[in-house]
Every structure is written in C-alpha cells, then in structure tokens.
Design a protein around this ligand. Structure first.
Ligand code: GSH
Length: 203
C-alpha cells in the first residue's frame, strides 16, 4: 500500500495526521504539486482528479479523496476512533468535518488559488473577487468556531476527531497564506495551542 503524498500540501497533511493518530506507518511517495507533477499522464492514470492524497492499494486499486481515505483506515483499524463511534457521534463528526473542510480549508485554498500567486503557472484560472470572498468566509468560519469552542474542548465534541485534524490543517494553511486567527478569538487560539502540541501535528 502506498500513499501518494506531497510534503507541504494541506490535504495530504490531513491523512498524515490521521495515520499518526492511529499509529499506522505506511509507505509514502511524493508528488510535487508545486511543480505540477499531478498533471503527468502517469499520475492522472492513478487519480484522474490530479490531486493528492491518494492511496494505492496492494492490488493496484486507488482510493482518492481525504475523507474516503480516512474512512478506509478507520474501518481497517477502528481505535482510536477519529470518526465517532455511535451513529450520532459519527454524524456529528461528519457534520463538523464538512463544515470546517468547506469554510476553512476549502475557502482558504480558494483564496490561495484565486487571489494570491497560488501555484503560479500551474494555476490555470483566477477570479480575484471570488478569492477575496472566500477569504472573508475563512474569517467568518474562524469566528463561528471560536463561539462553538466556548462550549466544548474540540471541534465536534468532547474528544479529538477528524474534524479537529481538518480544522488544524485549515487554520495552519490559512495562517501560512496570511489569514491568521483573529486576535479576539481566544477560544479558537486556545484550541489551536492544545491540538498543535499533539505529536501528530508534526506530520
Ligand atoms: N477533495 C480532495 C482535495 C485534494 C486536493 O485539492 N489536493 C491538493 C493538494 S492540498 C492538490 O493536489 N492540488 C493539485 C492542484 O490543484 O492542481 C481531498 O479531500 O483530498
């Protein structure tokens, strides 16, 4: 089994963190999306979406999309639970995971691709106004999370989950591209400090 990864890219980091939390060690190969390696014919055969991460199984089948890869590993090795245990817990983790994936991680990558230099020449289409609108969504989502984190220690519940992984990767990426946590979001800052010291955050 091989994880097609890219050091420095935000979505693969979600899977590296997920694996680190579970203590799963697998072979990784680097696809440098900053140099456009995802557009090679060879890689496009593996993942027609031309994006990382993707997981190549031993029989050659490929699972792409971070959520799908996370579900595969959660089902293969349930403990520690990162996608919830009971039907309600699973639904709540999925709900918050999707909210932060959309409002934080997705919105910040849209800002990155449309309103900054992005990936340079490999970024083929830009819409500055759309990029700026997404920057505002990132800040709105941070403020929303700040209110939620006044009521519980982690994004989805009382325990750490994949929603925290996606949110941490989203916040760190947003900060890297110049959209840090607003100074007055003390709950979100405190959560960020707590999850950043987990060993998996180094992944
Ligand atoms: N929905 C995908 C998104 C994957 C994705 O966009 N990956 C980025 C790296 S963070 C990528 O490979 N981008 C290549 C490109 O935009 O050309 C997932 O959840 O895994």
């Amino acid at each position: 089994m091989i994880l097609h990864d890219c050091a420095g890219a935000v979505n693969p980091r979600r899977i590296r963190m997920f694996l680190a939390e579970k203590g799963i060690d697998i072979e990784c190969t680097q696809v440098d999306v900053f140099k456009g390696e995802q557009y090679s014919d060879e890689f496009a055969k593996l993942n027609p979406s031309k994006a990382v991460p993707c997981l190549e199984l031993d029989n050659g089948e490929v699972i792409a999309e971070s959520v799908a890869i996370a579900r595969y590993f959660e089902a293969s090795q349930p403990e520690p639970r990162l996608l919830g245990e009971t039907p309600k817990e699973q639904a709540v983790v999925a709900m918050w995971q999707r909210r932060v994936e959309d409002g934080l991680l997705g919105a910040s990558t849209t800002y990155f691709h449309h309103a900054t230099d992005g990936l340079g020449e490999t970024d083929r289409y830009r819409n500055q106004e759309w990029g700026e609108a997404n920057k505002s969504r990132v800040v709105e989502t941070m403020r929303w999370l700040d209110r939620e984190l006044g009521t519980r220690p982690f994004i989805a519940s009382e325990t750490f989950s994949f929603a925290d992984i996606t949110a941490l990767c989203g916040v760190d990426f947003a900060t890297f591209i110049g959209v840090p946590i607003p100074d007055d979001c003390l709950n979100l800052k405190s959560w960020h400090d707590r999850v950043s010291v987990r060993p998996s955050a180094k992944a």
